[in-house]
Design a protein around this ligand. Structure first.
Ligand code: TRP
Length: 448
């Protein structure tokens, strides 16, 4: 079995590395923009802090007590006759690989944009739009090349395992990422646009908050802290004995929220300051921003470079956590070598990722779209808005109702003290009801 364990700081950085990802820097600003800012940000924050943090402790606990891959940890902890719970883990493991199919494509765009920055940023929004649009709809070769590069790097890290691969990667990349985001935020603070950015992010405009915005905000809360698919669970299985799960969960949630808010405020400040119309949708950081960086002059090029490097780092540290659960599963369940497991798991996201990539192109978009969304967007929607909240709900039910209370209490009371009763109550009653409302809403049964 596993001998390599995370160090304390290694685990926190790896879990934070998983959480802080494209979700924070690429996705959060554009969906916040799409759904009108304030009210959306509010729902997202409440969900992360109340529901996310609560489930994060539960998910960590399953890995920490189970000590196995995501599926087997459920089975090991479930009482006789309830082993079917391992299906909850199985669903999560697959959700991660499916997320990776489009995640890797986006990491590819980012790597490509590091090159774009070096060879000259687009001078206007129009140019930037043309550049991104062309890459997306016609640049099959380019996208394929960088998707492949992302795949190679991710597989190489995973091959080295938990300690020499994942922990090392995060120990090196995460501090650099924090420094870049922090530094750019400090610069944004000095600009006038900051006030507008602040107002946009925090002034609630409730009329924009329809059912869809609500579901997306909750889905994003799960996505951004890597909840509900067993990534955190799988990492927690390699925690040293006697770890403080509450403190770790809190650090991860706090770091993730901090980075999302800093990145959002910084990007919107730049956009307001340099008068560029924020492009709606996934193109925000690839269209509006490059043009803005160009406007900024010399320092802009440096910022652009640092920004895309930070984004690439955020993406890579998350990517390894999306694939590792399947790798660990294949190793545990079938006794495969790590090499074979990595080839299978990474090979899956690589190949299906090509389909996601093609679904954005002009040539193949038509046949790869159905029901108003293309393949790429469907995978994003089904995984983040359905599978993650469902996975989170199952984890909450498992820890709240299936595990004996005494066992849960024994593992947590030292770090929680009197907070235990509150946490347990929220887990058993608030979380399931809240998530049920989200699901019913999603199915169109409850509308508001
Ligand atoms: N949290 C990452 C982000 O914000 C994405 C991610 C990594 C993830 N691992 C996950 C999402 C596990 C859900 C589950 O980009």
């Amino acid at each position: 079995m596993k001998i390599a364990r995370f160090s304390r700081i290694g685990f926190i950085l790896a879990a934070a590395g998983s959480a802080v990802g494209l979700g924070n820097i690429w996705k959060f600003p554009y969906i916040a923009g799409e759904y009108g800012g304030g009210a959306f940000v509010f729902v997202y924050l409440i969900t992360v802090l109340m529901i996310g943090f609560t489930i994060m402790i539960a998910e960590m606990l399953i890995g920490y007590l189970g000590r196995k891959d995501a599926a087997a940890s459920f089975a090991a902890l479930a009482p006789q006759g309830k082993r079917a719970w391992s299906w909850a883990g199985m669903m999560g493991i697959w959700a991660g690989l499916w997320i990776m199919t489009f995640y890797s494509v986006v990491i590819g765009w980012i790597l490509h944009y590091i090159g774009v920055t070096l060879s000259g940023l687009p001078a206007t929004v129009g140019e930037a739009e043309a550049l991104f649009g062309t890459m997306l709809s016609e640049g099959i070769g380019t996208q394929l090349f960088y998707h492949t590069l992302a795949f190679v790097v991710i597989a190489a890290v995973l091959l080295r395992g938990i300690k020499a691969g994942i922990e090392r990667l995060n120990l090196v990349l995460m501090p650099i990422l924090f420094a870049i985001v922090g530094g750019m935020f400090l610069y944004a603070l000095t600009l006038e646009g900051f006030g507008q950015a602040w107002a946009f992010m925090f002034a609630p405009n409730w009329h924009k908050l329809g059912s869809e915005a609500f579901v997306v905000a909750v889905g994003h809360a799960f996505f951004t802290i890597s909840l509900g698919m067993g990534a955190i669970l799988t990492y927690a299985a390699s925690l040293p004995k006697k770890s403080n799960l509450v403190e770790s969960s809190l650090s991860v949630v706090a770091l993730d929220t901090l980075i999302a808010l800093l990145a959002g405020l910084t990007l919107f400040t730049f956009l307001y300051e340099y008068g560029s119309a924020p492009a709606k949708g996934p193109g925000l950081v690839f269209i509006s921003l490059p043009a803005v960086f160009f406007e900024m002059g010399g320092i802009g090029t440096l910022f652009a470079l640092l920004f895309f490097i930070a984004l690439a780092f955020a993406g890579l540290t998350s990517a390894v956590s999306l694939v590792e659960p399947m790798v660990q599963y294949l190793i545990d369940r079938y006794d495969y070598s790590r090499l074979r497991s990595v080839v299978l798991a990474a090979g899956f996201f690589y190949l299906v990722g090509i389909v996601a990539l093609l679904s954005n192109t002009e040539a193949f978009g038509g046949i790869l779209s159905f029901g108003g969304k293309n393949f790429f967007d469907w995978v994003d929607f089904i995984t983040s808005s359905i599978m993650l909240p469902l996975g989170g709900l199952l984890m909450a039910l498992f820890v709240g109702y299936v595990l004996p209370k005494s066992e849960v209490y024994a593992a947590l009371h030292e770090s929680m003290g009197r907070g235990f009763a509150l946490w347990y109550g929220v887990l058993r009653y608030v979380v399931p009801v809240a998530l049920l409302i989200v699901m019913l809403n999603l199915l169109g049964i409850v509308r508001f």
